[in-house]
Design a binder for this molecule. Structure first.
Ligand SMILES: O=C(O)CCC(=O)C(=O)O
Ligand SMILES: [Fe+2]
Length: 216
């Protein structure tokens, strides 16, 4: 990787929302990518998500633990092949707790275990509109890990889909955690920078792994 003139510093983007650059070392990124590739295989594999209005999401998705579809959770892929959702691995729960402790402090770690992973795959043209993660019944912080191409992550406010917001570049290995007063903030991905993934990772496109506590 190119040496940075100025190393990127961790930043508090909003109250309870923290960006930690380079949180996953390259070897961990490669392991997680290999895991994502296995999880993406059918049954209950990578799918195109249809929205109630008749549209489709451009980021393709696979879920672990609970299957998310617009706008609820189920134990089977009710809007796809109908298969049971793959289990949520303990190691992802451990990773989520470590991420929250690092980003927000040990006190912010939820008592209830993390039990949902949504893995989003973005090609160069994929985007995600401004939305809130609102289908969980837990206030536990959301943990987001990025692999591959850099994206622009737009982090807004809990009240409106519009400004004020902050645009943050999320690169391969970056961690973003949002909890507390930012747990219900609007956020989205307006842009992916194609061809910016670290070459040694071997990924064309971007993967985002979001870890949540369902409270279900
Ligand atoms: O891809 C990202 O960084 C955000 C994903 C997201 O907001 C979601 O899955 O709810
Ligand atoms: Fe989200």
């Amino acid at each position: 990787m190119e040496a940075e003139l100025f190393p990127r510093a961790r930043a508090r983007i909003a109250p309870g929302a923290v960006h930690v650059p380079d949180w996953l070392e390259p070897a961990r990124q490669r392991e997680l990518l290999a895991d994502c590739r296995a999880w993406a295989r059918p049954p209950a594999g990578l799918r195109t998500v249809r929205t109630p209005g008749g549209g489709t999401m451009t980021a393709r998705q696979v879920c672990l633990g609970w299957h998310w579809y617009p706008y609820a959770y189920a134990r089977t892929v009710v809007d796809g092949d109908g298969a049971p959702v793959k289990p949520f691995p303990d190691r992802l729960g451990e990773l989520a707790r470590r991420a929250v402790a690092d980003a927000l402090g040990a006190d912010a770690v939820a008592d209830t275990p993390y039990d949902v992973a949504l893995i989003n795959f973005y090609d160069a043209d994929a985007r995600m509109g401004m939305h809130r993660d609102a289908d969980e019944r837990s206030e536990a912080p959301v943990v987001s890990l990025s692999l591959g191409d850099t994206c622009v992550f737009r982090f807004g406010n809990p009240e409106t889909r519009t400004r004020p917001w902050t645009d943050v570049d999320l690169r391969s290995g970056d961690l973003f955690v949002f909890g507390g007063p930012s747990r219900h903030a609007y956020h989205g991905v307006p842009r992916v920078h194609a061809g910016t993934a670290p070459p040694e990772l071997g990924l064309t496109g971007r993967l985002n792994i979001t870890l949540r506590v369902s409270g279900l």
